[in-house]
Design a protein around this ligand. Sequence first.
Ligand code: OXD
Ligand code: MN
Length: 591
Amino acid sequence: MKNALTTNPSVLKWIQEKVELTQPDQIMWIDGSEEQLEQLRAEGCSTGELTKLNEEKLPGCYLHLSALNDVARVEGRTFICSEKEEDAGPTNHWMAPAEAYDLLYNIARGAYKGRTMYIIPYSMGPVGSPFAKYGIELTDSIYVVISMAIMTRMGKQVYEALGDSNDWIRGLHCKCDIDEEKRYICHFPQDNTIISVNSGYGGNVLLGKKCFALRIASNLGRKEGWMAEHMLILGLEDPEGKTTYVAAAFPSACGKTNLAMLIPPELYREKGYKVWCVGDDIAWMRVGEDGRLWACNPENGFFGVAPGTNMKSNPNALISTQKNTIFTNVVLNLDDNTVWWESMDKNPPKNANNWKGEKWDCTDGSKGAHPNSRFTAPAENCPCISSEFDSPAGVPISAIIFGGRRAKTAPLVYQSRDWDHGVFVGSIMASETTAAATGAVGVVRRDPMAMLPFCGYHMGDYWAHWIEMGKKLGDKAPKIFNVNWFRTDDEGHFLWPGFGDNLRVLDWIVKRCEGTADAQTTAIGYVPYAEDINIDGLDDFDLATLKSILEVDKELWSAEIAGIEEFYAKFGDKLPAKLVEELDTLKNNLK
Ligand code: OXD
Ligand code: MN
């Protein structure tokens, strides 16, 4: 092929087939150079796909507005196309591979006519590291190219690392007409292939992220003996300079990015505690040479939700967006060509366009930014990015934390008795809907390990894989915890201050890992003695309140059993016997 950046036969053959299928006018081999990216940004601005923002206030930043019907991940149109339906399991949509290829190729046929095919080589994980996996995404979207340049390690160095290997992930993205009725995000685990058509929204089209790094990678991890998880990774440095790493899984709207970039409360800052962010969304974890679990963030940037991000909730995230960032579906301030979103500050711009690109009156009660508007920011911008971010070996994980939003049942924090019990704790993870979101308040949604939309195979097999990983790790396995920042009083007010003060709970978790904090044994696991959680310097919070949110209410937990049984019933005989045993133990403990 002309100007090809590689001689890898499997790459060239696959691209040639896709060229014949999509029939582009032009082909551009993306090499990752700043010069080429700058040319694409300029072209994106000339067609209106991008708007260049104020170079003084937001250097290197752009605004992109998506189609109005294309603003979020589409779980209903996301398919796992494994050979056998039972391999996708009850939590995924499934399509037979032959049927899916047929359907998708019919949509993709001629889809690049009059357009350019961009060929993006990228690495998930530092290039050349034991964690790294390589992918090639074909797209007809400049927005995708420049976003992938932020979110992944992208460029021709990937071809060098790949050599002639056939071990890479194929990704085909066609914008087509952004037709909702023909929108499909399909994964073919047996072919290491992803095809996404009729969308331009990040979560559906930046194929390195959810599609590869979670759905395909969870399959690879199962086959190869490692784990791909929907988890942040952070390091907590103590005053002696010792850093303890934890990985944490939360369903959406539970503050994952905020925890990953947490600023310790003053009391802790003064003593010298620091939090370092390794990742805010995805963790790949494998057993290291020392037998411990090591984790790497396969991404290179943050694809964060903009509304709600402000100097109070997450200053590190806001600072990360001040240069070389792409904003999607936020407000454009027409006076100074900057951006704004709800709760960024109390001064919405008077002369502005909303996310639809229409003139916006900030006093009319309508939202200026879409609730799922995003920033795509380079990880290197983050003031608290970990020095180990690019480490080829990753970081050693001492604790795994699961969490959800529960007004009552789950205590502020508890520790599982052992790894298998921890797998049980992750499998029953749940979050409640809030009054703000829907009419039905307090509806419990199960989201095991926060992987419900991202596990690329049968969830029962996934739990079995977790149990297998525990066997490999033995007594070097990380300790497993569950946290709940969202306990409320009878009027629905949050009892725990949250945000930076969550460090107080992390502190107890680290002490448990070091064996320096005690705990009480309860029906659900180990719960802290209230005196062991440092609440010094907290206004309007006392020991009695702390005790109340550490309580394990046996009646509420007994009621929880029915919900767990109903959920588990979906998995039939794929439900690991270990988890049934753990459920029985819980039932007995509650008697
Ligand atoms: C995300 C998500 O965008 O989980 O990270 O939806
Ligand atoms: Mn996520």
